[in-house]
Design a protein around this ligand. Structure first.
Ligand SMILES: *Cc1c(COP(=O)(O)O)cnc(C)c1O
Length: 410
């Protein structure tokens, strides 16, 4: 008989995380329509405190847009709460078809396919691609999201990781691979933890040279970049050079759900073989109606994008003046490296407890150890005053309490 103490085992696993300072504590937020980015924080001891959210992915505030909320309400009233099945077995609703049409148009592709989330879309699409193509080799950026890594892994194909955004390294790996092997380059446009953007055009040039497919995660870019919110590839006129564009409704579009778009042949194959697409209940009508309203609104409205751009630019300008050492990238994401897990948690505890500023610490394995950071996002909904207040508090903390001192002392 085994005498394993399962309970003690799991408690030990969690206490290891606590010792390293990277135990995740969820902050319970009550977002209120009309108040975002301000929200009510329900603390562990039952208090309610007003806070400003500085780490939301609802970049444009679309989760609270009246058109989106109305679409969600109308769809639920009209078609009910759930889709009633998997896509193949009674769960393909008119809402799925409409969203997929809208996405084809957004990315100027032949076909689109909706998944339960962006994570599932990456996992399903990449694992299926690499499994179907015999002897497929995937070339993956070293900072790719966990969902891409997981998809590539589960295909059990050969994988080469190239140094983040390093074109020379990517080309070297491609040139060393067997000429006739099918190849896929998997990368992101906006890297959400560093805030930098991939050299998409150059990667496409390399892909052409070695006849590789291109798979681009535009999760942090759809809705925000490009004249119609088609992402960075749209902004740079490169959508037609990407074989598969992947995105989410969960970030700038303000809801949840993921998708891919591409040639009809590829999308049909993934639709037909991807386990994570086939064997799960499809998204409810309300979510899709909201997504459709959000996507369509952002195809024509520039208001939200312009406000967000203005806010991000102002935040970077103030950080620059305050000499806050943020990571300088071209995107809307502003990371501030603290460099130590415990210190990072300490800083965010002070920010929320003393100043009502909510930023979640970003620790390993989301980012490498020693690069623990605050990841700040100025949304379209923040005001000039919100941004000034955040900067003042951070500047004071940086100057007077030496946020870095914790890191160097640790
Ligand atoms: C958030 C994220 C995903 C997953 O999208 P969800 O819709 O939240 O599941 C995929 N890729 C990247 C780069 C992400 O940051």
């Amino acid at each position: 008989m085994s005498d394993i103490d399962y309970n003690a085992f799991f408690e030990q696993k969690v206490s290891e995380l606590k010792d390293e300072g990277r135990y995740r504590v969820f902050m319970t937020m009550e977002r209120i329509v009309g108040k975002f980015p301000h929200a009510v924080w329900h603390t562990e001891n039952g208090e309610e405190k007003d806070v400003t959210i500085w780490c939301s992915n609802d970049y444009l505030g679309m989760g609270h847009h009246p058109k989106v909320i109305k679409a969600v309400q109308d769809a639920a009233a009209h078609s009910g709460a759930g889709a009633g099945g998997t896509r193949n077995i009674s769960g393909t609703t008119i809402y799925h078809t409409q969203v997929e049409e809208s996405l084809k148009d957004l990315h100027n592709k032949e076909a689109a396919l909706v998944f339960s989330s962006g994570y599932v879309a990456n996992e399903g699409a990449l694992s299926t691609l690499a499994k179907l193509l015999p002897g497929c080799i995937v070339f993956s950026d070293s900072l790719n999201h966990a969902s891409m890594i997981h998809g590539i892994k589960s295909s059990r194909c050969a994988k080469y990781v190239y140094q983040h955004n390093d074109l020379e390294h990517l080309e070297k790996l491609l040139s060393e691979a067997p000429k006739d092997a099918p190849k896929v380059i998997a990368f992101e446009s906006v890297y959400s933890m560093d805030g930098d953007i991939a050299p998409i055009e150059e990667i496409c040039d390399i892909a052409d040279k070695y006849n590789a497919m291109t798979y681009l995660d535009e999760v942090h870019a759809v809705g925000i970049y490009g004249p119609r919110g088609g992402g960075v590839a749209e902004e740079r006129g490169l959508m037609d050079r990407i074989d598969i564009i992947e995105g989410t409704f969960g970030k700038a579009y303000g809801l949840m759900g993921g998708f891919i778009t591409g040639k009809a042949s590829v999308i049909d194959a993934i639709r037909s073989y991807a386990s994570g697409f086939i064997f799960t209940t499809s998204l409810p009508p309300a979510v899709l109606a909201g997504a459709l309203a959000s996507i369509e609104h952002l195809k024509t409205s520039r208001l939200e994008r312009e406000r967000q751009k203005r806010n991000v630019a102002y935040m970077k300008e103030l950080f620059e003046k305050a000499e806050l050492p943020y990571m300088k990238g071209d995107s809307h994401i502003v990371p501030l490296v603290v460099g130590d897990a415990k210190c990072c948690k300490q800083v965010t505890d002070i920010l929320i407890n003393q100043f009502g500023l909510y930023v979640q610490p970003i620790n390993y394995p989301t980012v490498p150890k020693g690069t623990e950071r605050l990841r700040l996002t100025a949304t379209a909904a923040h005001s000039i005053e919100d941004i000034e207040r955040l900067t003042n508090v951070l500047e004071d903390m940086w100057r007077n309490t030496h946020m870095f001192a914790y890191a160097s002392a640790a």
